[in-house]
Design a protein around this ligand. Sequence first.
Ligand code: ATP
Length: 239
Amino acid sequence: MLAVSNLEVVYDDVIQVLRGVSLEVPEGSIIALLGSNGAGKTTLLRALSGLLDVHEGEITKGRITLDGQPIHRKRPEQLVGLGIKQVLEGRRIFAEFSVEENLRIGAYVSNRGMRDAMQRVFDLFPILADRRRATAGYLSGGEQQMLAMGRALMSSPRYLLLDEPSLGLAPRLVEQIRDLIVQIRDQGTTVLLVEQNANMALSIAEHGYILETGKIVMDKPAVELIEDEDVREFYLGMA
Ligand code: ATP
């Protein structure tokens, strides 16, 4: 299990963004992390994938553990080696390379492993197989999101950290991405799903956390969050 306990994160030595966050991501689950703009969701993902440094951020208190072992001092490539892989918000594909080249960049495997991994990704996202030679920058928004997810899946991670995969996508594509996340979980990858689309996230997650100004304000099974009056009003847009 991946676990965060009492985590505090500060940017530029002074701006405190996480204020004692605790969260658990049990193996085999989809866990939703919800919260409005600026709550600190991306910051938590950066802490989990070792990317705080790049943004002048620092963990000042608390810990992150994988199967009970502390991992919050590890570098991004070590965390990838342990099976923790993040799909960045905004997708960050290599626009000038082809779909297939983007997938190759995601793999840290032998040629044989590469073929198998690519086949798995193409089975999951047939549209990428159809467009394998297309230049990534010319794909639609939904296809680019699939490519970013496919690239992360090339190394068969234990944990996939998704930062707002539904951002900017039409409802039909959001549904498709949602179904794909379920398939990814069913194939054995545990998912931490950061979303502003609470409806989408809670419809597939087992458990959800709501982060507000750096603190977890709700921590409940997804079915209970969907029924909660405040959640319905503030996050699901139902009065
Ligand atoms: P969003 O949905 O807008 O991405 P979020 O919940 O993911 O929001 P974060 O991106 O983690 O929130 O940002 C939380 C707070 O930290 C914001 O106030 C933001 O301005 C601040 N912040 C983020 N990155 C940095 C940085 N590199 N230096 C200073 N402050 C930062």
